[in-house]
Design a protein around this ligand. Structure first.
Ligand code: NPQ
Ligand code: MG
Length: 387
């Protein structure tokens, strides 16, 4: 099941003793509307793994699954992720013996798809492994940055006036880059109004979440006049060729999000001319280790990358802030303060924005500490699994 650099020889190899699958409901401070729908709360699956080293020491690790409650952003959804983890992923890991985080993806490779479910499992193992070694994710990745620039993603509003009010609030919070969600019928006017509001210098970009069609090139070219950093995922995720044609037609750089499901698809999209900038979301690509590989290949090809967000809790937000410290992340990410979405986070030291930046966590593991009381308050179910 595992490659030749097998865990049998790896002194860090750990056995999974127990896995707790916890579902939490987190209300959003304001509804968040995108071209695929409006969300008012987040239904999130967390994994808590207990790993035992050969000398019997136990380490705990947490993973956050970024699947939404419905398959509207990507084919995965949280109930499906919980099912595939329970019935297809964990049984493969139980069968395989001691492991390190790098063994997880190879052990799960025979399961097709389900990157968000796989990524959550790998994340929990990675967190536990690093904690057992007393190491931070920051040190493991060789990140030297102490902080990373923070961007904010702003939803679709019923009126442009309401959008402007929201953007002004985020500008006042200090975010160094604004991303507007767009869709046909809510694009040119809101972008023009926001550009007018914030002035020509503030970095601005848009995200369509697949809402346009190949025939919309002429329309999207009208966005060129607003000096946008990028247009994110205008076309359906399968339409990589359409994005390549659009990139030739529109001056504003085309950035892919939903289309990039692995390092291989990213490399191909770049070669095809469809991906001038890459949004890297660890969950979407099967985990943080694949995300690092995508960072590396984009860097080698001179393609700028930035860290996307899935409205994570403090768990995913901490890990994303570390990842975004890698040198190829040359654009501000969707790593906003926890308070952008949540009144109460489930970690003791939620990500905050100071001077337009978030601190890169330096603590052991992925760099967060769970606030057990806060976590229990939002927990709606818990299932414990063991081999
Ligand atoms: C994106 N994220 O880049 C996604 C889409 C997304 C921060 O814009 C609840 C409500 C959860 C809306 C997770 C951002 C969501 C959500 C992800 C939108 O495409
Ligand atoms: Mg996006």
């Amino acid at each position: 099941m595992r490659g030749t650099a097998g865990p049998a020889e790896d002194p860090r190899a750990l056995s999974i003793r127990r896995v707790e699958l916890r579902r939490i409901h987190m209300p959003l401070v304001v509804p968040f509307r995108t071209s695929f729908g409006e969300q008012r709360e987040r239904d999130i699956l967390l994994l808590r793994v207990e790993l035992a080293s050969t000398d019997g020491a136990l380490a705990e690790g947490w993973g956050e699954c970024v699947a939404l409650s419905e398959p509207s952003y990507s084919p995965e959804y949280v109930d499906g992720a919980q099912h595939v983890i329970t019935h297809h992923l964990l049984p493969r890991l139980w069968a395989g013996g001691p492991l390190v985080a790098a063994d997880v993806a190879p052990a799960l490779a025979k399961v097709h798809g389900h990157p968000m479910a796989k990524g959550a499992v790998e994340m929990a193992v990675l967190d536990a492994q690093l904690r057992s070694e007393g190491r931070s994710f920051r040190d493991a990745l060789g990140v030297t940055a102490d902080r990373v620039p923070s961007g904010v993603s702003v939803g679709i509003f019923p009126t442009v006036d309401e959008l402007l009010e929201a953007v002004q609030g985020y500008a006042d919070d200090g975010y160094v880059r604004i991303k507007l969600k767009i869709e046909p019928g809510f694009d040119l006017d809101p972008v023009a109004a926001v550009r007018e509001l914030i002035g020509p210098e503030v970095p601005l970009q848009v995200d369509a979440n697949t809402a346009y069609r190949r025939t919309d090139g002429e329309h999207l070219r009208r966005l060129d006049r607003f000096g946008l950093l990028l247009i994110e995922q205008p076309l359906p995720e399968e339409d990589v060729l359409g994005h390549a044609r659009l990139a030739a037609e529109v001056e504003t750089p085309i950035c892919l999000d939903e289309s990039l499901v692995s390092a291989a698809t990213t490399a191909d999209a770049i070669e095809l001319g469809a991906c001038e900038i890459a949004n890297i979301k660890p969950g979407r690509v099967g985990g943080y280790l694949e995300a690092v590989r995508i960072h590396d290949l984009c860097r080698a090809r001179g393609v700028p990358v930035w860290c996307g967000g899935m409205v994570e809790t403090g768990i995913g937000r901490a890990a994303n802030a570390v990842l975004a410290g890698l040198p190829g992340f040359t654009l501000p990410g969707d790593i906003s303060a926890s308070t952008r979405f949540y009144a109460h986070d489930i970690v003791t030291d939620p990500i905050g924005v100071v001077d337009g930046h978030v601190a890169v966590p330096t603590g052991p593991g992925l760099g967060f500490d769970i606030d057990r009381t806060a976590l229990d308050e939002v927990t709606v179910s818990s299932t414990v699994l063991a081999p």
